[in-house]
Design a protein around this ligand. Structure first.
Ligand SMILES: Cc1cc2nc3c(=O)[nH]c(=O)nc-3n(C[C@H](O)[C@H](O)[C@H](O)COP(=O)(O)O)c2cc1C
Length: 210
């Protein structure tokens, strides 16, 4: 298990504390793909799953699933709205996405229910890599770049007197900074987001002062 944990970090590049979006394939009568966010911590994966989802119902019947690493937002769309488009295959007890860059077979080791949802802890028991080097998808990357883009326009807007526009961008930066605190707590992503947020706050503060 230690070896598999090391492999997960080395081959998949999961950084502790960061939430990665994967497509879970659970099953009951048939395999069922759905996007979920997972966090890797102390050799286990944690996911919060709502009780009103088919994924939750399936895990109660079969406490195992695969976590499929994909890099395209289009596949997440398909996993929500066009499930039939995804090619699903089977290996032993696990169903997985044929087009995943990598997938992990996991089993439930703990469930903590809390107001309509449960935090599950999953133990990895099988890692499958494809030809493509996997890069797990995190919203933190997109959020950080959005913050950078927005921050770069605040000063030009202020200098041009477009104060409503500047405030709109500042509000977006506040939003992404809050998101980062949820999906990448105590990580480099959060430290960078905080630096951008503070820079933007200073610029808006100078505006008030002047
Ligand atoms: C990127 C992404 C991440 C998601 N993460 C979660 C999650 O962590 N937990 C959850 O219960 N639902 C999550 N969802 C919502 C479910 O995937 C969505 O409700 C799903 O279509 C319904 O699940 P079901 O098909 O299992 O009923 C996420 C959706 C997206 C697009």
């Amino acid at each position: 298990m230690v070896e598999l944990t090391l492999l997960v970090v080395a081959e998949l590049g999961f950084v502790e504390g960061v939430v990665y979006e994967v497509i879970a394939v659970s099953f009951s009568s048939k395999p069922h793909p759905a996007p979920i966010g997972v966090r890797f911590k102390d050799g286990l994966f944690e996911a919060t799953i709502y009780h009103d989802t088919a994924t939750y119902a399936n895990l109660k019947v079969h406490p195992m699933c695969t976590l499929n690493v994909v890099r395209s937002g289009l596949l997440f769309y398909d996993a929500v709205y066009m499930k039939h488009k995804l090619r699903v295959m089977r290996e032993g007890d696990y169903w997985f996405l044929a087009d995943a860059d990598a997938w992990l077979g996991v089993t439930v080791v703990e469930e903590s229910p809390d107001r309509g949802r449960s935090v599950f802890k999953f133990k990895p028991s099988m890692l499958h890599l494809s030809q493509v080097k996997p890069k797990p998808y995190t919203r933190a990357d997109g959020a950080l770049v959005e913050m950078l883009v927005h921050e770069s326009r605040i000063k030009p807007y202020i200098d041009s007197g477009l104060l409503v526009e500047a405030k709109r961008l500042y509000d977006l930066i506040v939003h992404y900074n809050e998101l980062m605190a949820r999906i990448a707590q105590n990580t480099e992503y959060q430290a960078y987001a905080k630096a951008i947020y503070e820079s933007a706050t200073r610029r808006m503060g100078e505006l008030k002062g002047g």
